[in-house]
Design a protein. Structure first.
Length: 380
């Protein structure tokens, strides 16, 4: 197995001077679609710092890789927000921790006033927000505050009026089906400092990204089944009829509501109407509305059986790898464990990624998976 390597680059906020930190003893990063802020932590031996002074608001770039060459996979480009000095009989170390730049960038506050008649969509508004964030910081010393855009275009023209709120609040609101017109979107800052905004990957046809198999590339697998994040009532956007009018319906799992109370979720799955229209291009509005609602209720019935009861989640440790993408759906394949479906495989969404590096264990990537409404139906 090729040796794991790490590179930690310190960038001084005031002078922009870049310095490699050679005495980083161990480090960890965490990123996900469920947490607002991605974070990092590293422990550095004092003897390796020399004259280097590390301060809050400096930049830390963490690269990981395998083999003799210098690592090139950038897994974190973040800002230091805390430094702890620790002196023991074993030596003196600094623990440096911080967050990725999304926390700093998206706290900028803006008022928003955009009219659908001017052609504004959720994606164009978010692109405008990123431009505003960059413009506000162009003349400052904070050269790291310029970010790129990897924004999936939406076509629904919307009215969006909000008082002064942080940029991340605007993005969270615009990521809902009300503004995208085709379901919930996720966003995060990737390792290249681009704001990624895209539809949450779905699994309607079992088209998972790939398979994580026990015993092959994995060091460990932990599978849990429990009642968490209960959803027992769905409001469903079924699409639009031939006249372009929105079709909605709802479904409730009464036994679960009796146990846990109402736990609602809004779901945009517009394919119920479009599938009918594709098969019946000359149909009637009443027919498509009835068919779409019936199909949506049947789908929701099965999904709520899962979301209103115990569900699966899993934690998998694999050899260090930076190619996993948050939000993707993966098939987890086990050798002996049998899921409630009677199968030894199960589809789960990748919600969080952690990278850990130490001289003793090398680079290990920890993947955290969870069953949501999309994967629940495929697993039935």
């Amino acid at each position: 197995m090729a040796q794991s390597r790490a590179r930690v680059l310190h960038v001084d906020r005031e002078t922009s001077t870049e310095t490699d930190i050679t005495e980083a003893l161990d480090l960890s990063t965490r990123e996900g679609i469920e947490t607002t802020v991605d974070s990092f932590s590293l422990r550095i031996a004092e003897r390796g710092l020399g004259s280097l002074v590390i301060d809050v608001d400096d930049t830390i770039k963490i690269y990981l890789g395998h083999g003799a060459a210098a690592p090139t996979s950038l897994v974190m480009d973040g800002i230091i927000n805390a430094i702890k000095y620790d002196s023991t009989m074993k030596g003196r170390t600094y623990v440096v921790s911080g967050v990725n730049k999304l926390e700093y960038l998206m706290n900028n506050i803006f008022p928003m006033a955009h009219k659908s008649s001017d052609g504004w969509t959720a994606s164009t508004i978010i692109g405008y927000i990123v431009d505003q964030v960059n413009d506000m910081n162009d003349d400052s010393k904070d050269y790291w505050t310029n970010i790129g855009k990897d924004i999936t275009a939406t076509t629904l023209e919307v009215n969006y009026y909000e008082i002064d709120k942080p940029a991340y609040h605007h993005i969270e609101t615009l990521s809902t089906n009300e503004y995208t017109g085709n379901g919930t979107y996720i966003y995060y800052l990737d390792s290249s400092n681009q704001l990624v905004w895209k539809p949450r990957p779905t699994d309607d046809a079992g088209s998972e990204t790939g398979t994580v198999t026990e015993g092959n590339e994995t060091f460990s697998i932990r599978i849990e089944k429990g009642v968490w994040g209960v959803i027992n009532a769905l409001m469903i956007n079924c699409g639009v009829d031939y006249s372009g009018r929105k079709i909605t319906t709802f479904k409730v799992n009464s036994p679960s509501v009796g146990k846990h109370g109402f736990k609602w979720k809004y779901v945009g799955k517009t394919g119920f109407a479009s599938n009918y229209i594709d098969a019946n291009p000359s149909g009637d509005d009443n027919d498509v509305r009835a068919a779409a609602r019936a199909d949506a209720k049947a789908w929701a019935d099965e999904v709520l059986e899962k979301l209103g009861a115990a569900r699966y989640r899993a934690t998998v440790e694999v050899r260090g790898n930076s190619s996993y993408v948050k939000g993707d759906i993966w098939k987890l394949q086990t050798n002996t464990f049998t899921f409630s479906t009677g199968n030894k495989y199960y589809n789960l969404r990748l919600t969080n990624i952690r990278h850990n590096y130490s001289g003793k264990e090398g680079w290990i990537t920890t993947l955290e998976f969870e069953e949501d409404e999309d994967t629940a139906l495929e697993n039935l």
